[in-house]
Design a protein around this ligand. Structure first.
Ligand code: NAG
Ligand code: NAG
Ligand code: NAG
Length: 244
């Protein structure tokens, strides 16, 4: 009589399901839509299209040129100048965000010596030097030989098990370094956050890493900030733009 039990089981499930549907029908208050698009939809396609339509490649190019004009090693004067540039963009009366500020941390960083660059040499068992790293980048463009360009730490060797002669002259220093945060408050769920960020420091001019990302971030925040100042967009949830 297995099939009887099986049928009983199916009916039992069906009865419970039916009961659930009936209870649900009366239990959920009419008029309230718990999944209203304004609350549940994370992606507002209209805002997305508006933002995409207003992004300006030439502004990204200009910003990238400015960000990578000089090397900006973490905590260096140029790095601090970029903190001010970001604050100024995010506090702009026409395209700024709801708020922008910095938080500064004392961090222990490792700096290579300018006078005594690090060296890596691959030495054969015979004592012959097979490979020696370059002490500085090849001066392909004028700025490559600038005083603020940090000598590379190159640890690159052909395969094998040779002896490696490594001389490192770094120093550990406590320095102040700031995160910059720009904030747009969310219209509907201000306690939920969308974070968009990038690092800022670069040992050289950093046009690709990291400033290409920063330039795009600044253009997106300019478009969002402009819509915000015009009262045309108040995203949900709250996006936070951060850089460190
Ligand atoms: C680097 O190259 C530029 C030309 O591209 C030249 O004017 C400059 O003197 C060079 N600097 C060094 C230190 O070699
Ligand atoms: C390793 O480098 C140091 C510093 O340049 C040098 O004095 C030493 O002779 C080198 N050793 C070998 C095995 O090449
Ligand atoms: C960091 O900044 C604070 C406040 O200005 C200062 O007291 C402190 O000495 C600074 N630390 C370093 C390592 O410069």
């Amino acid at each position: 009589m297995k099939w009887v039990k099986a049928l009983g089981g199916v009916v039992g499930v069906a009865a419970l399901l039916g009961l659930g549907i009936i209870l649900g029908h009366f239990a959920i208050p009419k008029g309230a839509d718990p999944l209203a698009p304004s609350v549940s939809q994370d992606l507002d396609l209209e805002i997305l299209e508006t933002v995409m339509g207003q992004l300006d490649a030439s502004r990204i190019r200009e910003t990238l040129r400015e960000l990578s004009r000089e090397p900006h090693l973490a905590s260096s004067p140029r790095d601090e100048a970029l903190v001010q540039l970001l604050l100024q963009r995010w506090r702009d009366p026409e395209s700024g965000l709801d708020s922008a500020g910095t938080s500064t941390y004392e961090v222990l960083l490792s700096f290579p010596s300018q006078e005594q660059p690090n060296r890596v040499a691959v030495v054969a068992p015979t004592g012959d030097i097979l490979f020696s790293c370059r002490q500085s980048e090849e001066n392909l463009t004028e700025e490559q030989a600038g005083p603020d360009v940090v000598s590379p730490y190159a640890a690159y060797a052909p395969s094998g098990t040779p002896q490696v002669n490594l001389s490192v002259h770094n120093s550990l220093e406590l320095r102040n370094s700031s995160n910059v945060l720009g904030i747009i408050r969310g219209a509907v769920e201000p306690d939920r956050y969308v974070m968009y960020g990038n690092h800022r420091d670069s040992w050289v001019h950093g046009a690709v890493d990291p400033s290409s990302g920063t330039a795009v971030l600044l253009e997106i925040s300019r478009v969002l900030g402009t819509l915000l100042k015009k009262g045309e967009a108040s995203p949900n949830p709250a996006p936070v733009q951060g850089l460190s």
